[in-house]
Structures are given as C-alpha cells and as structure tokens.
Design a protein around this ligand. Structure first.
Ligand SMILES: Nc1ncnc2c1ncn2[C@@H]1O[C@H](COP(=O)(O)OP(=O)(O)OP(=O)(O)O)[C@@H](O)[C@H]1O
Ligand SMILES: [Mg+2]
Length: 601
C-alpha cells in the first residue's frame, strides 16, 4: 500500500470547490511529503499527497490549486504526460508548480531544471532545506494566483455575456433608433399636416370674421346714413316745396337780386337732395327701377359725356366684349357708376395717362370680401387706370361713406360707397385690384338679366299721354306737419281738393265716415301704423281706391312689391308728384265711374 494512498483516494469526500484549492504534493522519497503536507495543513491549506506521477495527473485532472513536487520525483521520470496536461490547459489557466530542488540545484547549475521549466511553464524553484514559512508563503502565493485565474474565466464569461448583451442591446437600440426615426418622421409629418390644417382654418376663420365685421360695420353705417337721409329728405321736401311757391310768388316782381338769391337757395337744396340720394344709394335704400340693358350700348352712348367730364388730361380706351349678356339694372344709375369710377381713375392718374373702360361676362364663385358679389352670372364693367394705386389702409376704407384722401372740396368720399350700394342693391358687387404705384382696376358686377326680364316691356310710369283730370279729392296722410302742409299746397295748386290727416288711424276713421275720396297719398314711413300697413287695411275695405306712396326711402322688397308707378320720391323733383297723381287718377277714370268712396267733409 502506498504510504499516502488514502490521501489521494478519489473517493475522498472533498467537494469540487475544495478540489480546486488543493495543494497536491508529489514527493515519493523520504518524509518530504509528510512534512510538507503537515506544514501546509497546519497553515490551513488543503494538502493532498500523491504516490507517483500518474496519480498526480489523475488528481490534477480532478482539480487543484498548486502542485508541490520534489525535483527527484520528476528528474528521471517521463514527464510527457504532465507536459501534455500543462499544454492542454484552457486559455485562462496557467497551473502553478512549486519545485523543491536540492541545494545548489538552481537553474544556473541544473540543466534538467531548464527542461522542467519549459515543460511545466509556471514553476517556482525552492531550494531545500527550506523554512516552513517560506513553503507556506510560496504555496499561498501560488494558490492566490490560481484563485485569480479561476476568476478570469468567470470574468471572461461575464465580459462575453455582457459584450453579447451590449451587442444585442446595441442592435436593438439601432433598430429602435431606425424605427424611431421613421416614427418621428411620421409623427412630424402628421403634426405638420395638422398644423397646416389648423393654420388654414385659423386663416379662414379670420377671413370670415373680418368679412363679418366689415359687413356689420357697413350695415350699421348704412342704417345711420339712411336714417339721416330720410330726415333730410323730409326737410328738403319742405324747403323745395315752399321754394316753388315763393319762386312763383316773386315771378312777377322785378327784384332780380331776390330772384337770384332764390335760385341759390334752390341750387343748395338740390345739392342737398343729391347728397341724400347718394347716401341712400350707399345704404342700398334708393328706389331702383331695373330693366334689361345692353351695357355696351349704354356705355357707347356715354362716351362723349365721359370724355368731357374727365377733361382732356386723360384718354379713354374702350374694350367692349361682343356677345355681352344683358344686365338687369336701373339704367339711370349706370351713368353715375361709370362717371364716379372714371373720375376716381383720372384723379389717381398723371396727365397723358389712359383709362380703360372694359366689359365682360363673368361667372363668379364664393365671395372673399363683403363687397364682392354672391356666386352667379354677371356683366362686368371694369375701369382700369395706371395711376397711384391704393395702400392696404386706403383700400380697407375706400367704400366707407365720407372716406376720402382728396383735399377738402375735391372729394366728398361718397363715390365708391354709392357705386357699391347701387351694385349690391341691384344684386351684384364690386372687386378692386390695386397696387401702389402701378394702378387700380375697379370691377362692378351687375346681375345678368333673365330671359323673362329681357322680354318684359316697361310700363309708362308717368302716365304721360293720358288725359289729366283735376276734379278729384285726395286724402293726404303724413305725420310730418311741414311736409304734409307743403305737399297739400302743391296738390291744391294742381287743382285737387285735399284732405289732410297726420296718422293711419285718422285716415281710416275718415274713410269709414261719409266722405268721397278718389285717391290716397300716403307717407311710407310713419310712426305707429306705417304706410304699407295702412294701404293693406284700406285695400281690404275699399279695394278699388288707388293709393300712392311718398317716400324718402323704403326697403328693396317693399319697393319692388309696390312698383315704381305708385311711388313718389321725396324731395319732389320736377313734375313727378303731378305726373304720378294724374296717372293714378287717369286709371280709375271719371269721378262718377262708380269707384267712389263716401267722404265726410
Ligand atoms: N382709381 C383709384 N386709384 C387710387 N385711389 C382710389 C381710386 N378710386 C378710389 N380711390 C381712393 O378711394 C377714396 C374714396 O373714393 P370715393 O370715390 O369713395 O371718394 P372720393 O373720390 O374721394 O370722393 P367723391 O367720389 O365723393 O368725389 C379716394 O379718396 C381715393 O383715396
Ligand atoms: Mg370718387
């Protein structure tokens, strides 16, 4: 039995972890093995003794931290197996050997040591006899070194694992990054699209709000203007009516100066009347009598008037489109429109410039400004100049009544507002294209006449040609005492008997009584029961009794219902009052025709 066979028994209960910390001792001769094992064990090292080299190889294969060998154990032995074990170590392993040599057996004097060092690799030579402390320290150092080697495969593995983790994390990151970029691009595109939509919605809202504000402003100014114009028309009716009487009164007098003063008063009153009619045009409450008109023809006949109104400073070019549709408008207003635009164009131009007057057919879509026409078909008159153009600020206010950039006395600021009022009341609109320093083009859109409008023959509103009769009694209803007085005087002067009342109620009372009335002349706008309401009530009781309306203005639909033949405009100009009264009476025939209403006198 080998002296230390038990120690190297492979059935030893040493566990695997401890195996790797073992110090294997190969010292087959003498007591070296026992001594070394004891010293090491006392120092806490797990020391195992091996009988021979093959056993050492077996134990090495099972696991050890260091091998302590005496050089005589391997000097003459075949160490090929050991050398092969050493070579076959994994890369992390460099197994430590401690070789105990005889005194003087060091490398320099020991050629075998060279060979052993080569075969064993990591070898420490210790010369005997040695101090136990040296042995313990050398073995512990070797075990510590071996311990670090054990850690390295784990570390290596850990590094490898973490490297592979890092690589896969990097790959994942790259993949995420790429998909993130795609997602970011996608989201950015979505956000940009949403943003674009939002911006366009905001712009659209601002445009609509601006249009609405502009419309409300124009509407408010329009209402104010028409109220003022209405009151002025009443005043002017009184002034002009009385003036007529005074003029006739002094006709025989030889006082030329007095006559001249009177003519000044008439001129001033007529200018006032023109002003109120411009205001009413702007507020779209003027009386219009639309007809189907060939605009090319109408403009051609205006050419001379235009050129003389503009003077010789600018030239007028015309481009009249053949095949122009007919327009459905009041022809009397057309001249005013063109003159206003042409004068504006001339005022913006230099001497020698030319102005272009053009006509065209147009189909328009949704309006972008309150002045533009609603969608539909239009005949367009455009007046284009190459003059100063308008700034944004001027353009924004150009349609407002009394807005002018012209010096005092040169412009009243009513031109464009009047043109716009007329165009809109006719059912059209205006569009202005302008550039500072380059010029302006003002396009007036007039509604295209329907076939039925073209065929319609206009009745003679004056009743001219009919026989006049003056033996009639007229009931005059007006709440304004001064207007009523002057109107009654004018009618009496025409030869009629006139009954005057100041309200609709009084008129109905009078008609209900025992009286004869041939014609009723009503103020259209009255407090309480207005003219239209009174006319309805009269008509329900006395269906054949004719009614004429006197008006400073009225809304478009009411005016359209009544018709021009039954309307007399305040202030009375020319013979309109006489003509319309005559015409209305002529329609009902002589007094005893049966269309008579009892009248209480
Ligand atoms: N063709 C144009 N070129 C440049 N500015 C214009 C043109 N037409 C109008 N304007 C500007 O618009 C303003 C208002 O014009 P509008 O015709 O309403 O009044 P006006 O010409 O000043 O006075 P009015 O026509 O009552 O005599 C003008 O004062 C001018 O500043
Ligand atoms: Mg003008």
């Amino acid at each position: 039995m080998a002296p230390y066979g038990r120690d190297c028994d492979s059935n030893s209960n040493t566990n695997l972890d401890n195996l790797s910390q073992r110090a294997l001792i190969l010292a087959p001769f003498g007591r070296d093995a026992f001594v070394a094992a004891r010293i090491l064990r006392e120092a806490g090292v797990d020391a195992e003794m091996c009988n021979d080299l093959p056993m050492l190889l077996v134990e090495l294969a099972r696991g050890a931290g260091v091998a302590l060998m005496t050089d005589d154990a391997i000097r003459s032995a075949d160490i090929k197996g050991l050398a092969s074990w050493v070579r076959s170590q994994p890369s992390w392993s460099d197994f430590p050997f401690v070789l105990l040599t005889e005194r003087g057996g060091g490398l320099e004097r020991n050629p075998a040591a060279e060979r052993q060092m080569k075969a064993l690799g990591n070898v420490v030579f210790l010369e005997r006899p040695l101090h136990p402390t040296t042995l313990i320290s050398v073995v512990r150092t070797a075990l510590r070194g071996r311990g670090r080697q054990y850690e390295s495969p784990e570390r290596l593995e850990a590094v490898r694992t973490s490297e592979s983790h890092a690589r896969s994390a990097e790959l994942e990151l790259r993949r995420l990054n790429e998909s993130l970029e795609a997602r970011v691009a996608e989201r950015t595109e979505e956000i940009e699209a949403a943003n674009r939509q939002l911006v366009s919605q905001i712009e659209e809202r601002e445009r609509v709000e601006f249009t609405l504000r502009q419309m409300q402003r124009l509407e408010a100014v329009g209402q104010l203007t028409s109220g003022v114009a209405h009151d002025f028309n009443n005043l002017l009716t009184v002034v002009l009516g009385n003036l007529g009487f005074i003029e006739r009164g002094v006709a025989s007098s030889a006082d030329g100066q007095l006559k001249q003063r009177l003519s000044h008063v008439r001129l001033a009153a007529m200018r006032g009347a023109k002003l109120t009619s411009q205001l009413l045009a702007f507020s779209r409450r003027q009386r219009l009598d639309p007809k189907a008109i060939d605009i090319n023809e109408a403009l051609t006949s205006m050419r001379e008037l235009l050129q003389s109104a503009l003077g010789g400073s600018v030239q007028i070019n015309t481009v009249f489109r053949p095949g122009l549709w007919q327009a459905f408008i009041d022809p009397t207003q057309l001249e005013l429109v063109v003159l206003n635009l042409a004068i504006n164009a001339r005022d913006a131009s230099q001497v020698g410039d030319s102005i272009t007057l053009e006509t065209a057919n147009a189909r328009v879509g949704l309006a972008e400004t309150p002045e533009e026409p609603p969608p539909g078909e239009y005949v367009v008159i455009s007046v284009t100049d190459t003059g100063s153009g308008m700034t944004k600020e001027v353009l924004a206010k150009a349609f407002e009544p009394f807005f002018t950039t012209k010096e005092i006395g040169k412009g009243s600021g009513l031109g464009l507002s009047q043109v716009l009022g007329f165009a809109q009341q006719s059912g059209g609109g205006i569009r202005i294209e302008t550039r500072v320093g380059e010029g302006t083009s003002v396009k007036v859109y007039l509604p295209r006449a329907a076939d039925s409008d073209v065929a319609e023959a206009s009745p003679d509103p004056t009743g001219a040609g009919r026989q006049h009769r003056t033996d009639a009694t007229i009931l005059l209803v007006d709440d304004d005492n001064a207007v009523r007085e002057v109107t009654a005087s004018m009618l009496r002067e025409l030869g009629y008997a006139v009954l005057e009342v100041g309200s609709g109620g009084a008129a109905l009372d009078l008609l209900d009584g025992d009286s004869n009335v041939d014609l009723i002349v009503l103020d259209f706008v009255m407090p309480g029961m207005n003219g239209a309401e009174l006319a309805r009530q009269i008509h329900s009781k006395f269906s054949t009794l004719p009614v004429l309306f006197v008006t400073g203005y009225a809304d478009k639909t009411t005016l359209a219902e009544i018709g021009d033949a039954r309307l007399i405009k305040k202030p009375f100009v020319g013979d309109e009052l006489a003509n319309k009264v005559h015409a209305a009476l002529a329609e009902i025939g002589p007094r005893l025709s049966g269309k008579v209403v009892p009248l209480r006198r």
